[in-house]
Design a protein around this ligand. Sequence first.
Ligand code: G3P
Length: 219
Amino acid sequence: MKKIFLINLKTYPQGTGEEAIKLANIAKGFSREDLEVILSVQPMDLERTSKIVKTFSQHIDPIEYGSNTGWILPEAVKKAGAVGTLINHSERRLSLEEVEKRIARAREAGLTTVCCASDPQNAEEIARLNPDYIAIEPPELIGGTVSVSEAKPEVISESVERVKGINPEIQVLCGAGVNSCQDIKKALELGAMGILVASAVVKSPEPEKAIGDLVKGFE
Ligand code: G3P
């Protein structure tokens, strides 16, 4: 199974519109046999980035075709070329009930689901809803320079244990503050299958170098 390096462009100026396309062109060169590099982008950028590199939506809504002005239809995300979606990111938190609805709709639309969790207890609750991946991200470390592997390694190992106790098929990713290949190595040693990263890549003045340095953690 391939490891995952998921770069979330959030709504940073460096990850919006033409800048998202530039990052997609940079990121595509780093996928390899054992590693999938994926971008998570805003809905308006999906169609263009997905022609270049595997792309996820940052969010979907649990609606069907019809009268739902302003909501994100999972099928539209799929038609735009995305292969998956984040659900319940720390910056777009949902109730468990809302997470469950989105997992079901994503599955109907043929989208892979990466559901974010804030702590091991939340990871276990979400595991019961059967997403494809759970990404553990302690909210207080997001956007900082101290990584989850460094500050809270036990959050990764405990989440892996709890998730696998519910469903061994669900893979665990982790993120928040990841900024070096050592952070990634450590996370993989603790049982993670991949990484969610944003600022260390998107806000870097040299994103190509930043990705190149980080992916050494997967070697
Ligand atoms: O979605 C990934 C994100 O929340 C982590 O952000 O900036 O800490 O890598 P960052």
